[in-house]
Ligand binder design. Structure first.
Ligand code: CTP
Ligand code: CA
Length: 222
């Protein structure tokens, strides 16, 4: 199972993957977003599909994936929230690689905001924490979350795993992952187990995550 060339089967499983950033409009011209490229989520979706799963990909980035993958493009965190909640009851697992904006502007201006000589303050309101909500509504589903941190990776990873009722969390240092084709990740499991990897192509990480998911299915079914 350690060899990434060997796929563990996900046949018969329905897997929901989220990818990319969300964009939160301020006015018709501007938005708030983040550096997520969606490449990690795309790699996971492809790996799950090759492993035989039925895959639903909900993405804030334009991604070229196998046409056999049901792909739904979204813009805002609220869009992603609606789509994910809609699919949730019918899936066996959710892998939440998307970088969801925590806040959105309280108000979207209908016309372009003009500059003045003054400084500007924008009031932001909280977006729903989609993954936390999935954790609270969890029935048969397995949940895999992500965390990109600049510091205290270990502490934050374990906190997120517990707070969101996850089966597994994939953590990385922000500097290692965003934008590129490789990442250096650590897997944290609900039972306290932890697995660190060297830098790998995102494709290979996608396969590792899917193999880990297949093993989690095996454990949860016995
Ligand atoms: N997540 C989510 N909905 C949000 C924010 C985050 O579903 N509104 C998910 C992400 O997709 C990821 C996980 O939660 O799988 C962790 O996201 P992260 O931004 O690292 O954690 P937060 O809980 O938002 O905490 P903070 O940003 O303060 O570190
Ligand atoms: Ca966040």
């Amino acid at each position: 199972a350690e060899d990434y060339f060997s796929f563990q089967s996900l046949a018969g499983k329905r897997v929901l993957v989220t990818a990319g950033p969300t964009k939160e409009a301020l006015d018709p011209i501007r938005f708030f977003s983040n550096h997520s490229s969606g490449k990690m989520g795309a790699a996971i979706a492809e790996a799950a599909y090759r492993a035989g799963a039925e895959v639903i990909l909900i993405t804030g980035a334009k991604l070229n994936v196998d046409p056999g993958i049901t792909t739904i493009e979204v813009v805002t965190a609220l869009d992603m929230h609606r789509e994910v909640l809609n699919w949730y009851p019918g899936v066996d697992a959710v892998i939440k690689a998307a970088a969801v904006a925590d806040y959105r502007p309280a108000r979207i201006s209908r016309s372009k905001i003009k500059k003045t000589d003054e400084s500007m303050t924008i009031t932001m309101v909280r977006n729903p924490d989609i993954l936390k909500e999935l954790g609270e509504k969890k029935q048969h589903q397995l949940l895999i979350g992500f965390a990109a941190e600049t510091d205290h990776l270990d502490d934050y990873a374990v906190q997120k795993l517990e707070k969101k009722h996850l089966d597994m969390l994939v953590a990385n240092h922000a500097a290692d992952g965003f934008g590129g084709d490789t990442n250096k990740v650590t897997f944290y499991y609900a039972d306290g187990k932890k697995q660190t990897f060297d830098t790998m192509p995102k494709q290979q990480i996608g396969t590792r995550i899917c193999n880990a998911l297949a093993s989690l299915f095996e454990t949860s079914e016995t």
